[in-house]
Design a binder for this molecule. Structure first.
Ligand code: ADP
Ligand code: MG
Length: 695
């Protein structure tokens, strides 16, 4: 492999490159744009665009694209070449400032939830200079936000950027209350850990369910699954190792801090953890990571599955959003400090997160809701669908002591006073690895574990940032004119703990007893996407987004529509794929095998041989196959029926209630047939082959 320090960021138009290639004055204006959000004037934009183009061409690029993240969750690109005609026979390579800062794109085929009237089929993309341009596939990619002509956000990045801005402002005000006047900016940092499956490409291509839906819709359990836990941190197979090396190298070129890669619990499941960075970059980088995983896998004869639940009975894939706040002076605000006053600041931010998560648990759940993730949440593997916070024993004991005006164990006789007493040191290891908690404090950051593996991290971070902003602003109002700051602070923290401790839970989140307890505590537990999404428009949620200027009410309603539409579409495609596979391949195959058994029975009877096996299996299969046929017919009808429902919520509800349940039923019947049908008759590669197919 080439020298890592040399290749790292080599395909990124980053700060170093800008410094080197831009006149000082232009460099300063772009810095002003990046750091302070100041508008970039057109003449500077022209110079930046030209430098960017020259740099990109030197690196072999021929095209440029405005790279954006529409509400589908994937990224979109519209490629233009740099070529511009100068006379009838010659061209020059150029990129103008106005092409850099604004690109038009036909928005009509991206979901917009009715925001875009049909006569207004164009949206526009606007350069987001806080995220660096980069080269991918010989194309200069310019990260952009995507809006309608009315200015409504049509993407996932715009609201995220808005939430970063308001959170930064709210956090600075609080930090200044503690006298830290040197702090001029606060940013959230995120490190998203990404899980994925790698399977053999040839086998993948033989499974229409994987090709069309990203998951197996049928498939009986293999004799060996993940029971032995022998895959986790096990040795990495050579083919996978080669893939990981190339993936790392490609990611490093793009400035993505890919760091640790290891096997996960399920066979052929793996994880990539990057080093954390600012949220905006982390979001772009995670999209790039997912894209490159898929591309590099193909080069190595494999397919990368990012679906949340590619295989039934085997762990699904999630994404862990490690989140914290840090100041421009290098302080992590979620790290307990050295002095009582620093500790008080830490406790205030901690309480802000606790209150935010409790007040907006529904929005957090909604931010991870998708048809794919419904197979994980609450299904005994990922965190349950109930949102709760894990703090660990020590920190919980501290909060307990504050709440009850009691002394903290291990301290002298005094009561625990915020701002007066120092917190005990929490060695990192005691913030134990409670893997069942959806929202775990891990020493100096929170890890939110409910995200699905294929999700963009933008939605979740928009919610966390906005909810924390809301609470920080409330705290600020209460503290800004305090006559006795330490006392008022103590009381605020004490009250917050009292009012929101229901969200704190250190135990096993997979336990049924917890689900019952959570219900008693009044925590929400939305089991499916349609149920979760139905709360998106609750007044308190609309108020949160509108008051903090993240969304207009119109934008929220559009997003609500899109989430529901998307859900119904996914279920619809899955159901139709099942119908197709059952009708054209599975049912005929089983019928053929039954016929084979029947002729064997006839033949054997003539020879007076024992036919118990053939009879048993033939009888069982003919019953099951008729069942499968009937369920398939009913499923087809339900799909048609569900699709006629005009109301989006009812439409999604019907898909969840009527279509999904029949899909489960069909799968059960078909999987049972698979276990007793001779392998040579079964039309698709089985679970053993898929899960253990990569050498
Ligand atoms: P491990 O879980 O392997 O011990 P860490 O807990 O250090 O590793 O980190 C797990 C993930 O959290 C990594 O992606 C890391 O970059 C990220 N992370 C660490 N510190 C922060 C932080 N302050 N803000 C956001 N993410 C962080
Ligand atoms: Mg983790």
């Amino acid at each position: 492999m080439s020298n890592i320090t040399e290749i790292f960021g080599s395909m990124v138009f980053n700060d170093d490159v800008m410094k080197e290639r831009l006149p000082e004055q232009v460099y300063n204006s772009i810095q002003n744009t990046i750091k302070n959000g100041k508008h970039l004037d057109l003449s500077s934009a022209n110079i930046v665009a030209n430098a960017m183009k020259d740099w990109a061409i030197e690196k072999g690029a021929t095209h440029y694209t405005h790279w954006f993240q529409p509400m589908t969750g994937i990224t979109a690109e519209k490629h233009d070449s740099f070529i511009s005609p100068v006379d009838n026979s010659n061209v020059i390579m150029e990129l103008k400032g106005k092409e850099l800062v604004k690109g038009e794109s036909d928005a009509s085929s991206f979901p917009s939830g009715g925001l875009r009237a049909t006569f207004e089929a164009r949206g526009y993309t606007a350069w987001d200079p806080t995220s660096y341009a980069f080269i991918k596939n010989s194309t200069l990619c310019i990260p952009t936000a995507f809006c309608s002509y009315g200015g409504e956000a049509l993407d996932k990045k715009t609201p995220l950027l808005r939430s970063l801005e308001v959170l930064g402002k709210a956090a600075i005000k609080i930090v200044h209350l503690f006298g830290n006047e040197d702090v001029t900016s606060v940013k959230t940092t995120v490190g998203p850990e990404q899980e994925y499956f790698l399977i053999d490409k040839a086998l993948y291509n033989k499974r229409p369910d994987l090709v069309y839906t990203g998951r197996t819709l049928f498939g009986a359990k293999p004799p060996k699954g993940q029971e032995l836990d022998d895959h986790y941190y096990g040795s990495i197979k050579p083919q996978i190792k080669e893939f990981m090396l190339e993936l790392d190298e490609e990611l490093w070129k793009l400035g993505v801090y890919a760091k640790t890669e290891h096997n996960e619990v399920a066979p052929c499941q793996h994880e990539l953890a990057p080093i954390f960075t600012t949220t905006n970059l982390a979001t772009d980088h995670n999209q790039l990571t997912m894209e490159l995983m898929q591309r590099v896998a193909k080069k190595h004869g494999m397919m990368c599955l990012l679906h949340e639940k590619p295989f039934a009975g085997v762990n699904g894939s999630g994404k862990h959003n490690n989140w914290s706040l840090s100041t421009n002076t290098g302080i992590n605000l979620l790290e307990p400090g050295e002095t009582p006053f620093e500790n008080a600041q830490f406790l205030l931010f901690l309480c802000a997160v606790i209150k935010a998560v409790d007040d907006y648990q529904d929005l957090l759940r909604i931010s991870v809701a998708s048809a794919g993730n419904d197979h994980r949440l609450g299904a005994n593997e990922a965190p349950p669908a109930v949102v709760s916070i894990f703090l660990g024993d020590e920190l919980s004991a501290v909060l307990d002591a504050i709440e009850r005006d009691e002394k903290y164990e291990g301290k002298e006789k005094e009561q625990m006073r915020v701002g007066v007493h120092i917190l005990p040191k929490f060695p990192k290891d005691t913030t134990d690895r409670n893997r069942t908690s959806p929202f775990a404090f891990t020493g100096n950051k929170f890890e939110f574990r409910m995200l699905g593996s294929s999700a963009s991290i933008a939605d979740t971070n928009t919610v966390i940032n906005t909810a924390v902003t809301q609470v920080l602003n409330e705290f600020y109002e209460e503290l800004k004119d305090a006559s006795d700051f330490t006392l008022d602070l103590h009381n605020l923290i004490k009250r917050t703990i009292k009012e929101h401790k229901r969200i704190l839970f250190n135990g096993n989140g997979y336990d049924d007893a917890w689900i019952k307890e959570a219900k008693k505590r009044g925590l929400s537990n939305f089991k499916s996407t349609p149920e979760a999404v139905s709360h998106y428009l609750d007044k308190k949620n609309i108020d949160l987004f509108v008051n903090n200027k993240i969304f207009s009410e119109k934008e929220i309603r559009a997003r609500y529509d899109i989430m529901l539409e998307n859900y119904s579409k996914v279920i619809n495609i899955e159901a139709l794929t099942m119908v197709d596979m059952a009708k054209k391949r599975i049912i005929p195959a089983v019928s053929k095998y039954t016929k084979e058994l029947a002729s064997t029975i006839k033949l054997k009877e003539e020879l007076v041989l024992d036919t118990r096996y053939e009879r048993d299996v033939a009888r069982r299969l003919s019953i099951l196959n008729s069942d499968a046929y009937e369920i398939t017919e009913r499923l087809e009808n339900e799909v048609v029926k569900a699709n006629t429902i005009a109301d989006l919520q009812e439409n999604a509800d019907a898909h969840e209630r009527d279509v999904l349940s029949l899909m489960d039923k069909l799968r059960k019947t078909v999987d049972e047939m698979e276990t007793i049908t001779a392998k040579e008759f079964w039309p698709f590669p089985n679970y053993s082959e898929l899960l253990f197919g990569v050498k």
